[in-house]
Each structure stands twice: as structure tokens, then as C-alpha cells.
Design a protein around this ligand. Sequence first.
Ligand SMILES: Cc1cc2nc3c(=O)[nH]c(=O)nc-3n(C[C@H](O)[C@H](O)[C@H](O)COP(=O)(O)OP(=O)(O)OC[C@H]3O[C@@H](n4cnc5c(N)ncnc54)[C@H](O)[C@@H]3O)c2cc1C
Length: 250
Amino acid sequence: MARQRATLTVLRSAPLNEHLIRVHFTSEDFRPSEFSDSYVKFIFDREGGEVLRTYTIRSVDPATGEIAVDFVHHGDEGIGGPWAATVAPGATIDVYGPGGAYSPRPDADWHLLAGDEAALPAIAAGLEAMPATAVGLAFVEVAGPADELDLVKPEGVELIWLHRGERPAGELLAEAVRSASWRAGQVQVFIHGEAQAVMHDMRRYIRRERRVPAEWASSISGYWRRGRTEEGFRTWKAELADAETVPVAG
Ligand SMILES: Cc1cc2nc3c(=O)[nH]c(=O)nc-3n(C[C@H](O)[C@H](O)[C@H](O)COP(=O)(O)OP(=O)(O)OC[C@H]3O[C@@H](n4cnc5c(N)ncnc54)[C@H](O)[C@@H]3O)c2cc1C
């Protein structure tokens, strides 16, 4: 991700439901990206240096330049979630970015999207960016019925909400992806959420069993890891990448 730095000023914040908080920002120097999964790294100053937390740019209002970010409030633990829950208008925070790589391709025959609350902003932005004629399936796993949001989407994309209840994050989503009815033609895949479920269950299924070529399935990754902070998650990803590297003989 480009190391561009910008300052965001909080305009207002409001809960969308029990687990998601939308914060609106203004900025003089933030430059939006064209990708629908555009994300930034919020910079929190802590003893020992900068602590980074990654969030999707849910939207940028073309008229006012207002930036919206949806934060999962997953309890008192962590930095990003609790910050969003208590931040007041006028507060400033710097970000690195934006990065991003996915936008719905107009030449895809159909789209498969799947994710949890953390990926919901990117899924919502992706659905909004699709042409009205787009078709496909979008699975979103949330805690319960009260967490569903009204999303703008093409009529031909079926939106399926999954209610996790007491089950571990990602389990239900992985089951839904595996039992999805596969359509004819070239699929473009976008799957993000709890890392273990995404990387072990869903990526393998899409790439190996469904044989979706890499260029159509490049956006499959974990957004967070159960029981790990974002720093711990980065270490886990590096270890996983090492473990998956096949040694070259000779
Ligand atoms: C490209 C990208 C885009 C992302 N976009 C968004 C976004 O738009 N909105 C968003 O909320 N998140 C998003 N995330 C995920 C977010 O970066 C992580 O959830 C991050 O760990 C949150 O930081 P924190 O300080 O709240 O918690 P941390 O300090 O990182 O973690 C503290 C504890 O909370 C747990 N935890 C962390 N996230 C969650 C969660 N979502 N649900 C349940 N438990 C959790 C951890 O396992 C850990 O035990 C994105 C991640 C990536 C890589």
C-alpha cells in the first residue's frame, strides 16, 4: 500500500446497529481510490510507536467529500473498535493509504461475495459498484437478525444473511459458500472475514475444488483473526505464508 498519509477529522458518528458504528470524516488531503475495497490504516499513537488498524472506506460522498467508515464494535478489547465507540466530533486521526485491489469486473458472468461484519463495508461498496445487470450471490454472516442492513444491490444478485448466534465466526459462512449453487460461466470471487475460516476453508475450496483461476479469485483473505490483535494476526499470516511455501529442490 502506498505510504500516503492523510489527516481525517471526525464530523459525527452513529451506531448502525449493536455491532457496527459509522464514523463520518472530512479531510483536506485524503485522495480516494477507484477500488471498491479501498482501505486505510488508522494510525494510533501508543507508547512504543505507531499502532495501525485497517479499515475499509465505505464511501466518499462525491459532492461533499465526506468519508464514511464502518467500525465493528466487538467489545471492550482492542483499539479501533473502542475508539469508534467513544470518538467525538472534531477529533483528528491520521491514516496511511488508501490501498485496495478489487472492483467488480464487468466481464464476469457472475459474482460470489462472502464476508462477515468486518467485510460488510467492502461487500456493500462492491454491490453498489456493480452494473444493474450483474448477477450472483452475496453471503454476509452477522450475529443475528438485528445486524442486517439495507444494501443497494443489483436485482440479480441474491443477498443471503447468515445468523451466527453462538457459533464461531466464519463457520456458517464457510458452510454456505461450500453449498452455494454454482452457476455457469466465469465467476469473480470476493471473500473476507475471520482468517482461519477464510484461508483454510474457503480459499482452498474456491481455488482447488472449484478451480477458479487466480485472476478471478485474487480477493480472498482474512481481515482479522480470532484471539489475536491485528499485530498478532500479521505474524500468523507471515507464518502461514512460510508454511505454504513449497521448497524448491536443488
Ligand atoms: C483490508 C481490510 C479491511 C478491513 N475493513 C474493516 C472495516 O471496514 N470495518 C471493520 O470493523 N474491520 C475491518 N477490518 C478488520 C479490522 O482491521 C480488524 O478487525 C482489527 O483487528 C480491528 O482492530 P481492533 O483494534 O478493534 O482489535 P484488535 O486489537 O486488533 O483485536 C483485539 C481482539 O478483538 C478481536 N477482534 C478483532 N476484530 C474483530 C471482529 N471484527 N470481530 C470479533 N472480534 C474481533 C481479536 O481477535 C482480538 O482478540 C479490515 C481488515 C482488513 C485487512
